[in-house]
Unconditional design. Structure first.
Length: 319
């Protein structure tokens, strides 16, 4: 059972060459990072080669901001086609045109038969097989999880950032104003600025974190680096706080290096949190409203649940 025709087609094509072909989610950093992590684990487990790429024209198809494809510079060690190589560009363009033709055909098909399928909206491949043992398994339950030993595989997997990238961005860290040999915490408070989704349940009011910032910087002598897209407006009220969104050298690769070397990470449901999980960084997951994403997956990591307010009972509910 496949999500769409292009999922089926590229699965069959990959099987011919013993390759797992994954076109990553182009509009969500968190989803793309999850797909990278579990695809690498699956490919190693099944002794398959791996191809990662982004659809060339994803922004045009979805009318949304896209993930910086340079994230794939981090995956070259795990893939048989390197990012931005001739073959990478070829498969990206091929799928982009393939998806366009398919999208047009199915648009008329769905209109004619009054059907719909969301998998012809966003150009992705492989998400229907990453977590399932095989395409015939539709119901994923605890037995399937145990049989596939995901917990063991996750614990044994260590994602490596290439040394060349680490050395390059370590040199740029000094421009942040971070003293040598000082320790720091990365903090990300999701806002609606990036997607203009101001009512998203994952959004966080950074003012709620002011006491924590002061505790880290004033009582413990550490630094706090604010991640994300929204500049920290109250920067002058604090010492030892770095306003990373205003940094000229900011990039997705720099995000990875900062999170790798921070003492621990604080954040909610957002892309940088998935980076922290990928890198096995100790984290405090805040503002969680989902059991699926909110349970700490690593030792020494904690989750703080979002308060649920009952309008009928006029009070905050207890777990």
């Amino acid at each position: 059972m496949f999500f769409s025709f292009h999922h089926w087609f590229f699965y069959k094509l990959g099987n011919m060459f013993n390759v797992l072909i994954i076109c990553l989610n182009p509009n969500s950093l968190g989803n793309a990072v999850e797909e990278i992590r579990f695809s690498i684990i699956k490919a190693k487990k099944e002794n398959k080669k791996l191809i990662f790429f982004f659809c060339k024209f994803a922004g045009f198809y979805t009318k949304q901001k896209v993930v910086d494809p340079e994230i794939l510079k981090l995956t070259n060690e795990y893939t048989c086609i390197k990012y931005n190589s001739f073959f990478y560009r070829a498969i990206s363009i091929f799928f982009s045109l393939f998806f366009l033709v398919e999208k047009i055909i199915y648009k008329f098909y769905f209109k004619l038969f009054n059907k719909s399928n969301g998998y012809y909206y966003r150009p992705m491949i492989g998400q229907d097989i990453i977590w399932r043992p095989n395409p015939d398994v539709l119901n994923y339950n605890l037995k399937s999880l145990q049989k596939n030993s995901w917990n063991k595989e996750i614990n044994n997997f260590n994602f490596k950032i290439p040394k060349k990238i680490i050395n390059e961005f370590k040199k740029k860290i000094k421009y942040l104003g971070l003293p040598k040999d000082s320790w720091f915490v990365c903090l990300h408070c999701r806002s609606g600025l990036y997607r203009k989704d101001w009512d998203n349940a994952n959004n966080i009011n950074i003012e709620n974190y002011y006491p924590s910032i002061r505790y880290i910087t004033e009582k413990k002598g550490g630094y706090v680096i604010i991640l994300g897209d929204q500049p920290f407006k109250d920067i002058k009220k604090f010492k030892n706080v770095i306003n990373y969104p205003a940094f000229n050298h900011r990039s997705i690769l720099m995000d990875f290096v900062l999170i790798k070397y921070c003492k621990f990470y604080i954040g909610g449901g957002s892309g940088p949190t998935d980076i922290a999980m990928l890198l096995k960084k100790k984290y405090l997951f805040t503002n969680s409203q989902s059991w699926v994403f909110g349970i700490g997956a690593l030792n020494n990591s904690l989750t703080l649940w979002k308060n649920a307010f009952s309008k009928s009972k006029n009070r905050i509910l207890k777990i």
